[in-house]
Design a protein around this ligand. Sequence first.
Ligand code: DI6
Ligand code: FE
Length: 402
Amino acid sequence: MSAAYVLSNATVATMADTASDYGLIDAAAIAVDAKGSIAWVGPATDLPKEYNGWATQDVEGRVITPALIDCHTHIVHGGNRALEFEMRLNGATYEEVSRAGGGIVSTVSATRDADEVTLLASALPRVDALIAQGVSVIEIKSGYGLDIETELKMLRVARQIAEQRPIRISTSFLGAHAIPKDADADTYIDEVCIPALRAAHAEGLVDMVDGFCEGIAFDTAQIARVFDVAQELGLPIKLHAEQLSNIGGTVLAAKYGALSVDHVEYANAEDAAALGQTGTVAVLLPGAFYTLHETQAPPVAAFRKCGVPMAVATDWNPGSSPMGSLLLAMNMACTLFRMTPAEALAGTTRNAARALGLTDCGQIAPGMRADLALWNVSAPGELAYGIGINPLHKRIFKGHTA
Ligand code: DI6
Ligand code: FE
């Protein structure tokens, strides 16, 4: 347990629900209590007397934001797909690579072949790269096992990461990610995916349930069967939807009160309206858009109009988004999708927390965890502006510099 302290002389982007844009406070102070929570934030001149006795750290005018949250990753996986990258650049499409037995299925073999120690050892440098950019929460999906044993193995490794590093991990069961080679999709859902979900849940390995609703993966009826079990188990859901085509995944997910729908390049105005009604977050993944040479951008203007909260994540995976920088994802969300820098930062803080169902982080406000990022920039808009620049000064995790 750390002692209580006050960070002073800061430019704070609170990203609070109640604030517009960044919720900027100049010449601000943040009081962090001994339990690692934020006790107070505001202009330093208004600091209540009760905090006067707390140790003060002058942050020399730096910008402080909530620590970042990467709300969509597949960082536990075996092998890599550099060969597939070359195939695509020689003319093959993502669907062709997938139908030729490449794509997700090739990562499945590599993940099945790797033991827990190997998987953990390959995931930790990815985690470290995100921590070095001020990330405090990472969502990690299963989905490269496609058998009961390997799905559980991936999730166990995801849980172990939080024991090895100062990071919070949220897990998503993504058994419905791809159809195993030579398998029938319906049989796979009923005989492998759903039993794997039940087993993983029984071991406490599942925080959320995800799926890939797409022509090359599972249709809405198959995904609905998985979601019914998620509901029965009391688990929140999210969905990879409308990434390559529109087959109704977004509307289905909204019906189930999903936390988020992810990718959504092919979502339309009706989809945006459905999300607006349920408060479901649209998670935008510019790394996959970029890697796949996609040209259809997600309907950001419609999301704005319908009040759909937007998040931004790396989708770090070996196929469609081998992207190890959340700051770069923010930059690309602005340049490729026309998000504003303030929306991009909300997308990796407040709205990313919401996409994970977390209510104690992603904003600088009393009662929230003191998960903070201190940046060597003079304004928060610089975070999305730089391309491949990491201006992190230091990260604070639950009150501790780490
Ligand atoms: N959509 C994606 O972009 C990733 N998964 C998904 O459902 C791709 C994963 C991969 O290609 O390995
Ligand atoms: Fe994904």
